[in-house]
Design a protein around this ligand. Structure first.
Ligand code: PMP
Length: 379
């Protein structure tokens, strides 16, 4: 199209790699979704809600009882006092929440600080709103944030900073020092924060999740985005929510009400009931950590080198001891010739920076991980 609003945006790498995996019948450790079963109890609750007739529109901000339960959860986990009436909106997924937040605040020519490697929706979300992504690369190989560079890139036009912890694709998690830096950079400014916390429960090694919800001075300038898909191993359900200050939420809802209006009803009834079961989300970190560790132990038999991951569904592995190919070619060859699909890290950089690293999704059955690593040993 001659006047495309996103002239440089193609098909997301996740779709590209998943299609390739299907075509070549490869084991798909590319896209981030579990291949194991979700809770049957939660499925029954959804069935029950539908059969009980909860099939009509619910409130545009989300089912009241669900928002109340989410406020209680936030209070328990992060010692924060959230008003479910004014500060929580249920959304069709975390990605939608991020898009809605950015659309609610961005004006033409605003600047948004984005850390790379970056989840692939952020930059198109900024550009479609007429704003400009200002890129800061995390420091390879630890993927820590270079705060001095962030400070240097802040201008009068900086409207927001997007943060993501635990981080996709690297598994990096924010430390208390990062939070202090964020506080000091934003205090006495109008800079807003969009915090992508969809992996809040997928955090390992006894590290606490440093949710923005814990820090009132940050929360007042933040949209914090969550995903039930990640919390309950049901990524296909596409339900999430956003928590922010009441002032920011008012703007968020102006966009939301004329975009999706309200999310599917029966899942919200089911989630509201299931949230009483704290174990269902509290056990998740350990459960997924065991999968990270299992894949890591198997990968020792291969030429890949693990880069530490402390959260998310993902771990990055360097293949520089195996091949000098660029990461895209290498990932395609792995799918076609070895039968294992991953995601090349260059696809998370605008510059296509190639550190010879692939992202592996370990949220899979042990059998899947074992089979994949056996194939990789033959390289
Ligand atoms: N943010 C990040 C960093 C993600 O990895 C994902 C899932 N791929 C999302 C947001 C989206 O979550 P949802 O499926 O709920 O839209």
């Amino acid at each position: 199209m001659s006047h495309s609003k996103l002239p440089d945006t193609g098909t997301t790498i996740f779709t590209v790699m998943s299609q390739l995996a299907t075509e070549y019948n490869a084991i798909n450790l590319g896209q981030g979704f579990p291949d194991f079963n979700m809770s049957e109890e939660l499925i029954s609750l959804v069935n029950k809600a539908m059969l009980n007739g909860y099939n009509q529109y619910v409130h545009t901000n989300g089912l009241g009882v669900l928002r109340e339960k989410l406020a209680v959860k936030a209070e328990k986990l992060y010692k924060t006092n959230i008003n479910p009436e004014t500060q929580i909106t249920v959304t069709p997924g975390g990605t939608y929440a991020i898009y809605t937040a950015l659309t609610a605040i961005l004006q033409k020519d605003d600047e948004v600080i984005v850390f790379e490697p970056a989840y692939d929706s952020y930059i198109p979300n900024i550009i479609i709103n007429g704003a400009k992504p200002v890129l800061v690369q995390l420091q390879f190989p630890g993927y820590s944030i270079p705060w001095d560079e962030v400070k240097n890139k802040i201008t009068r036009k900086t409207k927001a900073i997007i943060i993501n912890s635990p981080h996709n694709p690297t598994g990096m998690v924010l430390s208390e020092t990062d939070i202090e830096e964020l506080k000091s950079i934003t205090q006495n400014t109008n800079i807003l924060i969009v915090s992508d916390e969809v992996y809040e429960h997928l955090i390992f090694d006894d590290i606490p999740h440093r949710s923005i919800l814990r820090y009132p001075e940050l929360l007042e300038r933040s949209f914090v985005c969550f995903s039930f898909g990640k919390t309950y191993n049901c990524t296909g359900w596409k339900v999430g929510y956003c928590i922010s200050s009441a002032l920011l939420m008012k703007e968020f809802r102006k966009v939301h009400q004329f975009n999706c209006f309200s999310c599917n009803s029966f899942v919200q009834y089911a989630l509201a009931e299931f949230l009483d079961n704290e174990e269902a989300y509290l056990f998740l970190g350990n459960f997924i950590q065991r999968k990270r560790d299992y894949l890591q132990s198997l990968m020792k038999q291969t030429g890949f080198n693990a880069i530490p991951s402390h959260g998310s569904y993902f771990q990055c592995y360097s293949y520089k001891d195996i091949s000098e190919e660029n990461d895209m070619d290498f990932a395609i060859r792995l799918t076609k010739e070895v039968g294992v699909t991953t995601v090349p890290l260059s696809s998370f950089y605008q510059s296509k920076k190639d550190d010879k690293v692939l992202r592996f999704c370990f949220a899979k059955k042990e059998e899947t991980l074992r089979l994949a690593s056996e194939r990789l040993q033959n390289l």
